[in-house]
Design a protein around this ligand. Sequence first.
Ligand SMILES: O=C(O)CCC(=O)C(=O)O
Ligand SMILES: [Mn+2]
Length: 214
Amino acid sequence: MSGDLFLFQQPCSPPGDVPDADLAYHRTFLAPADADTLLEALLALPDWRRERLHLFGRDLDAPRLTAWFGDPGVSYAYSGITHVAAGWPAPIAALRDRLAAALGVRFNAVLANRYRDGRDSMGWHSDDERELGRRPVIASLSLGAQRRFLLRHRSRKDLETLDLPLEHGSLLVMQGDTQRHWRHSLPKTTRCHAERVNLTFRKVRACSPSPSPS
Ligand SMILES: O=C(O)CCC(=O)C(=O)O
Ligand SMILES: [Mn+2]
């Protein structure tokens, strides 16, 4: 694995172990020039869509653009939406193969989110849909504008919210019990006027979808 590896025991608040979580942050997983090239290629893809979410009995436009890629036919359902993958764009397939070599996990799909500026966001959720399995490995690659990624324990109110600034070219790996015990979000901000793209690589198993919102 290239780049600086921080386990979140070190750089974030509160210092010390993060209970019930298994997090690793690779700050420079991609060299800046490679991250620039990849961002440009992703922004040029024709697949970006604004989804209509069904949440808490209401339909609303997602505050971001989304695309779903993966092995043909791999499907993923959340918030009233079902994505079915039709294949891999070449730059994302190359990344998938690099992650397989680095992490020993062969991901079969990726959810891409595009935050056009600080008004785009993602609400509190866990990536805990049944088709991801009990202890999913989620590899989250960030490109473009730096945004805050928050993690909050589901039941331990004594634990502070983790506030992680995800940098251009960085990789955050969440695994083990992280999704069972922690929720995460990407809050809106008035300070960001640039685009950010995030790719969350996932291993989706074939099974009936669960209804939990994301
Ligand atoms: O944009 C991010 O960093 C988070 C994306 C995310 O949580 C997801 O796709 O489930
Ligand atoms: Mn998520």
